[in-house]
Every structure is written in structure tokens, then in C-alpha cells.
Design a protein around this ligand. Sequence first.
Ligand SMILES: Cc1cc2nc3c(=O)[nH]c(=O)nc-3n(C[C@H](O)[C@H](O)[C@H](O)COP(=O)(O)OP(=O)(O)OC[C@H]3O[C@@H](n4cnc5c(N)ncnc54)[C@H](O)[C@@H]3O)c2cc1C
Length: 323
Amino acid sequence: MTMAATADHAPSWTDAVRAGLAGLRGRLSQDAPLGPRTWFRVGGPADLLLQPADADDLAHALRHLPPDLPVTVLGACSNVIVRDGGIDGLVIRLGGGFADIAVEPDGLVAGAACLDMVVAEHAAAAGLKGLEFLAGIPGSIGGAVAMNAGAYGSDMATILDWAEIVTRDGTTARLSGPALGFGYRRSRLPAGAIVTRARLRATPADPAEIRQAIATIRQSREDSQPTRARTGGSTFRNPEHGKAWELIDAAGCRGLALHDAQVSEKHCNFMLNTGNATAADLEELGETVRARVQARTGILLEWEIKRIGRPTRPEAPQTGETP
Ligand SMILES: Cc1cc2nc3c(=O)[nH]c(=O)nc-3n(C[C@H](O)[C@H](O)[C@H](O)COP(=O)(O)OP(=O)(O)OC[C@H]3O[C@@H](n4cnc5c(N)ncnc54)[C@H](O)[C@@H]3O)c2cc1C
């Protein structure tokens, strides 16, 4: 196990974690900054950040960690606001050991850390059609399964054969698409489960035709979304009837700003960090939008972006005090 950085107010369970993770092949860091890893570029550190070497390493870690240790998994952080106080307990991020792609005649198996865009490009190069929509989604395959990511009339529910998971107690399992209970931008993964890889269905087709479809999708997104900005994608889920962006626009919130947090002018269901916004600024702006939309339409928008962590950091314990 590699252990990096030491905080002077490390929580008391760090020793138990360290003991439980003896034999770990991955990397464990303490007080690890998360903000720079998120699309919004906001948020405090993880008390502990674990980057397991591979699925066996992850399962080993989960089997030996204290069962009451809070565990949070993050992907490419393209649909989260990590709050300013950081995340309690252990954060898991999957890296290179979860980034393989195996092409098969009618689909591919992709590790959970693979970026959706990379998977779409692999599929195109292999002449596999049906995954083009992934080319415009900036998350990872693990996040795509968890969120049932989708665009342009397709989503993970449409293409997923199975996903492999590791549960909080370190048990591995393979779940079929129906067992994942996909709905609009959600899945019913077992609580605490971490997706490690997934098999995606596709059909053989001409690579040039697939590449053209990807280029069209990318151009359409460039035209309609702030794809190069510090953002978290769609802030709110579309309500049962209508589009969230239309309600936000009608409530006069296009371009609305709070400090350096702003509702995008280009796509008003996207929020932006235009400079030095904090997670609190973004969250308060989002709540202001919800309140204005509700006042105008009676509809209370539901957050699509996951807001995780604590608003402020816990006080460092005084000398002699038990943390
Ligand atoms: C510019 C932009 C455009 C976007 N366009 C779209 C779009 O068209 N369609 C769309 O659906 N989304 C879109 N998004 C949102 C986002 O990219 C997707 O929701 C994506 O699937 C999130 O993946 P992620 O790896 O970034 O997950 P994160 O943001 O890191 O996490 C999101 C959730 O997934 C969970 N999670 C992450 N990895 C795993 C794992 N391995 N196992 C279990 N749970 C996991 C996290 O715990 C969290 O609850 C967009 C975002 C941006 C910034």
C-alpha cells in the first residue's frame, strides 16, 4: 500500500483503515484534494482517497474496511457538486486498472473508469454501431451506469447487457440490465455498490458512417451546450411534462448569477463556475432557481446533479482531545 499526505486532524478510524488495508496494491491518500478533479472545480478534500489497483484489490479493500466507514465512489465528477467541506470517510476513484476495453463481434466490455467518449471512439474504430451517443457525455462508464446516462434517444438502459459490481462488503456480482432497474437518469444499483465494468451491445456497421454520426453529435452539442466550461451538465431532471430549461428560462433565470456561479446563457439548465465560485455559491444559485421556477409554475425541480459532502470542514481537535 502506498500512503500519501498526512493531515494533523486525521479521524480516529485512520488506524483501523490502515490495518484493514494491509496488503492493498493500490494507493491510499489522506486529506486528498477533490476540487481540481471535478468538472466544476469546486469542493473540499476527501478524508481518505483510495485508488485500487484492480477489481480484486477493490473487493479486498471493501472486505477489510471497518463496516461503519462511509464510502463514496466518484467517476469523472461530471455530474457532482462536491461541497466545500469535503467528503467524510473514504472516497474511491477507479483508475488504470479499470480502463480496459475488450471488443467483441456484437459489443464490447469496458472498464468502469473508461471515459464514455473513449468507448464511443473504440466502438467506431471497430465498426460497432449503437454507442455513438456516448461520444458527447463527459463521464465514465461507471458513472454512466449509475446515472443511466443518455442522449439523442438512447441511454445505458438501451445498450447494457450486464454490469459487474462490488458491494460494500466486498462481494462481486454480475447484474443484467433489467436487474439494474434503470429509469430516467437513474439506476437501482444495490446501496454502496461500485460498478467495475460493463458489457455494452452494438451492431456491426461501416466505421465511416459511425464516425460521421459521432461528428454530428459533437457539433450539435457544441452549438447548444457550454461544453468547454466548468459545469456539471444538466442541473435538474426534466419534470414529467416539459423541459427543465424551458421552466428556468420562463422564470427569468437565464444568466442569473451569484458571485462566480452563473446559470448558463447558452443552456439554462447548466450552471457554470465562471471563476472562483464555491460549491455553496452553486448550490445556493440552484436553490434560487428552484424557488423562482416553483413560484412561477408550481413545479419544484428535482436536482439531477449529485450534491455530496459536508458544507464545512470539521474543526481540528485540540491537543489531547480525542477526535
Ligand atoms: C458538459 C456536460 C454535458 C453532459 N451531458 C450529458 C448528457 O447528454 N447525458 C447525460 O446523461 N449526462 C450528461 N452529463 C452528466 C454526466 O456526464 C453524466 O451523468 C455521467 O454519466 C456521470 O458520470 P461520471 O463518471 O462523471 O460520474 P460522477 O459525476 O463522478 O458521479 C455521478 C454519480 O455516479 C456515481 N458513480 C460514479 N462512478 C461510479 C461507479 N463506478 N460505480 C457506482 N457508482 C458510480 C457517483 O457515486 C455519483 O452518484 C453531462 C455533463 C457535462 C459536464
